[in-house]
Design a protein around this ligand. Structure first.
Ligand code: NAI
Ligand code: AKG
Length: 418
């Protein structure tokens, strides 16, 4: 049996603590305030594990970008945490299972910065094929490298996209406008847009392409997927771009390939180890290579993208906080129940075991409570049910009920929303 917790009714909005890290855009704070949330702390940097364990104790909602690692250890300390907002696409920085097992819902922004990444990569393709990085570096040192040797138009060249998702497809369309021939490799069979062609293996793509660009998520399959062997498959003089995740490429192998001249150039936005904030030193074996464009993980860092992400992710956090909706959560059963006039709303998150809903409903029946709406969804590990009950407006029955609901064996979290 769970230890009965003290009754806890819906928290007043001003008491709901929100921590936003990594310079999340001001639009997030504005939307939170518009919805009545005022207890908001913002930090420009991420925090390390120990700092997070301390900072997260009283926090109900946390917002992060790609740098903050939310580990099982952090979730174990996050007793009050209801949800995480990843103000980015990638969620590899969050232990999603640990979050789910602790009843914490994780949201992200799957679209808002994709155009920004595609535009940056398009610009890099042109810069790399024209050998601008080396010429730029030489000019800064007083050099004057006016030569066409090794410089090419992008028109007619083969662009090889690894990962043909939201970013890869947009990039493919933009590149075709410049006359590039688009080929892509993806583990899924995809609808080819424009004249793009799917190829059947990574090696085939690497052999055909003048430009290879990575747009895959960080997964066990993509970890270190590009090393010395793969780079050796690429055409001599080809160029390489990574704006996906730093763990996809063996960075020393890439440095060797650039130094040897096998690859003519590279543009890298993401690194196996990245500084925690802007005041920390950046270390990389690629530093000092004139034929390599290095950017500080800013593929999605445009005003437009960040403003939209702030609005999108906060919208999801507010919907969860205000009415329990988990629609578009990345680690949780998706539930959205329309509000029932005059009802009070209960949320129950539990381990997915047979009979959980029966036990909850038995409890309601024993207390003579009428259910006006109920919606349960489960995944392999957890169940999440939103329940609207009919009670007189000033009744305290929900408080007693909450204690009993928490007492049901298998309960992870239960709360009264309103
Ligand atoms: N540099 C930056 O600032 C940004 C980086 N990103 C990174 O870009 C990644 C891709 O973003 P989206 O295109 O929006 O994701 P997406 O989920 O729409 O597309 C990813 C594609 O990769 C494919 N894929 C997965 N595993 C693969 C494998 N082993 N081999 C080949 N293909 C594989 C998927 O089937 C999917 O089509 C994100 O997961 C994130 O890590 C995203 C935004 C900004
Ligand atoms: O802007 C950021 O902090 C991270 C962008 C990114 O890598 C993503 O959206 O996955």
């Amino acid at each position: 049996m769970n230890t009965p917790a003290a009754p806890q009714v819906s928290l007043a909005k001003e008491r709901i603590q929100i921590l936003l890290l990594e310079g999340v855009h001001d639009s997030a704070v504005e939307v939170l305030k518009q919805h009545g949330y005022s207890n908001i702390k913002t930090l420009k940097t991420s925090l390390n594990e120990d700092e997070l364990c301390e900072a997260i104790k009283d926090v109900h909602f946390i917002g992060i970008r790609s740098r903050t690692q939310l580990t099982a250890k952090v979730f174990a300390k996050a007793e009050k945490l209801a949800a995480v907002g990843c103000f980015c696409i990638g969620t590899n920085q969050v232990d999603l299972e640990a979050a789910r097992d602790n009843g914490v819902v994780v949201f992200n922004a799957p679209f808002s910065n994709t155009r920004s990444v595609a535009e940056l990569v398009l610009a890099e393709i042109i810069m790399l094929l024209r050998r601008i990085p080396e010429k730029n570096a030489a000019a800064h040192r007083g050099g004057w490298d006016k030569a066409a040797k090794g410089s090419f138009e992008v028109r007619g060249k083969v662009l090889g996209i690894v990962g043909y998702g939201h970013i890869g497809t947009q990039l493919g369309i933009l590149a075709e406008q410049l006359g590039m021939q688009v080929r892509y490799y993806d583990i899924e069979t995809k609808l080819s847009l424009g004249n793009a062609l799917q190829v059947s293996s990574l090696n085939e793509l690497l052999k055909q392409a003048d430009v290879v660009t990575l747009h895959v998520p960080e997964t066990p399959q993509t970890q270190w997927m590009i090393g010395a062997q793969e780079l050796a498959q690429m055409k001599p003089g080809a160029v390489f771009i990574n704006a996906s995740r730093g763990t996809v490429v063996k960075i020393n192998a890439l440095a060797d390939s650039l130094k040897s001249g096998h690859l003519a150039g590279a543009a890298i936005d993401v690194f196996p180890v990245e500084p925690k904030g802007n005041d920390e030193q950046f270390e990389s074996p690629l530093r000092g290579l004139d034929n390599c464009i290095l950017t500080p993980h800013i593929g999605g860092s445009t005003q437009e993208a960040q403003e939209n992400i702030g609005i999108e992710v906060v919208g999801k956090l507010v919907r969860y906080s205000d009415n329990g909706s988990t629609l578009s959560a990345v680690n949780f059963p998706e539930v959205a129940l329309p509000a029932h006039e005059g009802s009070r709303r209960l949320l129950h998150i539990h381990h997915n075991r047979p009979g959980m809903l029966t036990r909850i409903n038995q409890l309601l029946a024993e207390q003579n409570i009428n259910v006006s709406g109920q919606y349960l969804q489960t995944d392999s590990k957890v169940g999440y049910v939103v329940i609207d009950i009919e009670t007189p407006p000033k009744s305290t029955i929900a408080d007693d009920l909450l204690v009993a609901m928490r007492d049901i064996d298998g309960t992870i979290k239960a709360r009264v929303l309103y």
